[in-house]
Design a protein around this ligand. Structure first.
Ligand code: CU
Length: 259
């Protein structure tokens, strides 16, 4: 995973200079099964020190999570012994500025025996504290004040209003959600939908329930899980963080459900 600085559009007409793993915010979604070993080479091609912290592995952080200066690299090896949707992020101080500049992502380790579904999506919630709109850097005063300008799924405000996620009537849809923060919790809800399966932080709250339901998946920063639902009829089903101020900040999208 290579760290670079890059100017990126984060909402229509809003360009920010971000610090990125492999050129995107969030960084790439890594997928695996319980027992898989990941060997990640972190290469710092940015212009300041950076690092990476994978929650998906348990180890002494001293060496693999160390900050490396520009031009250097390190090899970070971990084994995913437990299922989950695990956060990774830069842990170089000030960590707030590094995470808010795009240095976060997800590692999905499926629980053993997870059934196949018809559609599966990964949504990673993040935040932007905007500097100047023509390529500015993160505004750390807004971080200190706890006032993000944008709260987003997969790095772009209202991304899936512009390009809705497709699904078919009657199909089982699984949505993995990671709240990468940095400081906002999420309450993931699908308007017009009900979850009959909810799995969060290692355990099922509901599992293919026939008569019990769930309306929102609550996640604190750095927590994750998945929900499953079936859409009963064709239409446009919005999905949001039901912290409504954050839905209005950009944590909003749409499922376009067709027959
Ligand atoms: Cu960093």
């Amino acid at each position: 995973m290579t760290v670079t600085d890059k100017k990126v559009e984060v909402a229509p007409g809003v360009i920010q200079t971000l610090w990125l793993y492999n050129g995107t915010a969030p960084g790439p979604v890594l997928h695996g099964r319980v027992g898989d070993t990941f060997v990640v080479t972190l290469v710092n091609k940015g212009d300041m020190g950076h690092s990476i912290d994978f929650h998906a592995g348990s180890l002494a952080p001293d060496e693999p999570m160390r900050t490396i200066p520009p031009g250097e690299s390190l090899v970070y090896t971990f084994t995913a012994n437990r299922s989950g949707i695990w956060m990774y992020h830069c842990s170089t101080m000030p960590m707030t500025a590094h995470i808010a500049s795009g240095m976060y992502g997800a590692v999905v380790i499926e629980p053993a025996g997870l059934p196949a579904v018809d559609e599966s999506y990964v949504l990673v919630q993040g935040e932007y504290y905007l500097g100047a709109h023509d390529g500015g850097l993160v505004d750390t005063a807004k971080i200190a004040a706890g006032t993000p300008d944008l709260v987003v799924f997969n790095g772009y405000a209202n991304q899936y209003d512009h390009a809705p996620l497709p699904a078919k009537v009657g199909d089982r849809v699984r949505i993995w959600v990671l709240d990468a923060g940095l400081d906002r919790a999420t309450s993931f809800h699908v308007v017009g939908g009900q979850f009959n399966t909810v799995w969060a932080e290692g355990a099922y709250l509901l599992k293919r329930s026939g008569t019990s339901g769930s309306q929102a998946l609550a996640l604190a920063p750095a927590q994750g899980g998945f929900v499953e639902l079936t859409f009963p009829e064709a239409g446009h089903y919005p999905f949001v963080s039901h912290y409504m101020i954050d839905a209005e900040r950009g944590a909003h999208g749409v499922f376009d459900v067709t027959k």
